[in-house]
Design a protein around this ligand. Structure first.
Ligand code: MN
Length: 481
């Protein structure tokens, strides 16, 4: 790679010296000299395989915000691209400081969002530096006062980890979410940690045997493969349990086996062979190779029952898919560095995997904003929060709901009185069924009647625990009266 060149190591050293001098006399809460932080952030993006300019900008990312150094100084010393990236990270921090919590990220606060759009959308690398910055701050969070720990951890769970997920940076998402969750809810974190470790221990023997059996069969069939276990992360278990009413029986992928093969044909062959060994559970085969997840994730998932009645999930994918699942957007920089750099130079919009089109959309919007054109934000499918949707009341108020929410969830969110009297719903002006899953950007109008009362049968038309609770209360009340 270009980065191994002599020219790069000279430039790298120059940037380190420059940042060290700029931050001289500044210290972190831990007592370490401040430069420790930018150095660590540079190391992170280097490990992600990012391009030269991103790595240089990473070590300089805090100088404009925290020292007298200006963007112009950086441009003089390190060129336009690096200056542009550092400027973007600085703007992003400024835009963020006006946002108290998740709600202020909503399209209502146009000004902040516009700034965020311009800063982020113009170059995804800005966002990647910001994610590396946040990752290191999380890793060193214990040095901060408790109140600040909670605030940063919460924001990481609500904004940055979902963002990492949208960019399919799986390894980053898992690390961020687990550290953050351990600060947000330490009790729950420890409970689940113990549970996962116990399960991993008790499953070890079975897994070993299964690995042996599968390896033998794949070898016999001349399929080249690697196989290994993966344990579910604490935060994703927490989220999954919330979705399944805390029922551990619904969690089939606490431990999973990953099979990595050479090409797509081998993925399907391997699946077939595994199914010939163990009984697949019906309805538990997911082909994310044919239909990738929104963030570009590809893999075949299948849950099987072993000969000693153990339930195991297999994840089968090619090496390339694996690489992309772990490193996401950063991986495509590694493979496309030349092309991407060329695009920045010529100001062309970046070429990205089709599944990351939301970034292209952001960039197009940012370009329009820079030209002073108006952008209708509501038309943008700007849903940075992977598991949230934003829907509108007919008056234009924004209600955020988890992805999967139904009209009754919306009604109960407005008010339990409204929820309890629903007779119908209009979605985007059309009469719709109460089973209709709400989509990001829908305008939802609930129709109510005084004579209507809450119904037992509504439980099956509800997704959120909030609405379920409200309905339960109403039904109990009705029984009493
Ligand atoms: Mn920083």
């Amino acid at each position: 790679m270009v980065k191994d060149s002599k020219a790069y190591s000279a430039k790298r050293q120059k940037a380190i010296d420059f940042a060290t001098k700029a931050h001289e006399g500044q210290f972190r809460n831990s007592g370490d000299p401040y430069i420790v932080h930018p150095l660590a952030v540079m190391k992170i993006v280097e490990d992600w395989g990012m391009d030269e300019d991103t790595c240089i900008a990473a070590v300089l990312h805090d100088v404009v915000e925290d020292t007298p150094v200006t963007v112009a100084d950086i441009k003089n010393e390190f060129g336009e691209q690096v200056a542009f990236l550092v400027d973007g990270v600085t703007k992003l921090s400024n835009a963020r400081s006006g946002m108290r919590d998740l709600d202020t990220y909503l399209p209502e606060t146009k000004d902040n969002l516009l700034r965020l759009l311009v800063a982020v959308g113009s170059d995804v690398r800005v966002l990647i530096i910001k994610l590396a910055d946040r990752l290191h701050n999380l890793r060193t969070l214990s040095a901060l006062p408790q109140e600040k720990q909670k605030k940063i951890a919460k924001e990481s769970l609500e904004v940055f980890a979902p963002l990492a997920d949208r960019m399919n940076m799986g390894r980053l998402r898992v690390e961020m979410a687990d550290i953050a969750f351990s600060y947000v809810d330490p009790k729950r974190y420890n409970e689940l940690r113990v549970l996962i470790d116990k399960h991993a221990q008790s499953a070890e023997k079975t897994l070993k045997k299964v690995i042996e059996e599968v390896s033998e069969l794949l070898t016999r069939e001349k399929i080249k493969f690697e196989i290994g276990g993966r344990v579910k992360s604490v935060y994703s278990l927490h989220k999954k349990l919330a979705k399944h009413n805390q029922n551990m029986g619904e969690i089939y992928d606490l431990t999973a086996l990953r099979v990595i093969v050479d090409d797509i044909t081998d993925c399907y062959l391997a699946m077939g062979l595994i199914h010939s060994l163990y009984t697949p559970m019906s309805g538990r085969i997911k082909d994310y190779i044919a239909v990738p997840k929104q963030n570009g994730y590809q893999s075949i998932h299948t849950t099987v029952i072993t000969k000693d009645k153990q339930v195991i999930e297999f994840q089968i994918r090619t090496r390339e898919m694996h690489e992309y699942a772990e490193r996401g957007l950063a991986a495509s920089f590694y493979y496309n560095e030349q092309k991407l750099t060329e695009n920045y130079r010529t100001g062309k919009i970046q070429h990205l995997p089709t599944n990351l089109l939301w970034i292209t959309e952001l960039q197009a919007a940012a370009a329009q904003l820079r030209e002073g054109k108006k952008v209708d934000l509501k038309k943008l499918k700007l849903n940075l929060f992977a598991d949230k949707i934003f829907v509108y009341t007919p008056k234009g108020d924004i209600i955020d709901l988890p992805d999967g929410a139904l009209p009754l969830d919306f009604a109960y969110r407005l008010h339990s009185e409204i929820g309890g009297h629903v007779v119908g719903v209009k979605i985007n002006g059309k009469m719709s069924n109460l089973n209709t899953r709400l989509k990001h950007g829908d305008i939802v109008e609930v129709l109510t009647s005084k004579n209507q009362t809450a119904k037992e049968g509504w439980f099956s038309k509800i997704f959120t625990s909030h609405a379920r609770q409200k309905l339960k209360q109403q039904l109990n009340k009705d029984k009493e009266s």
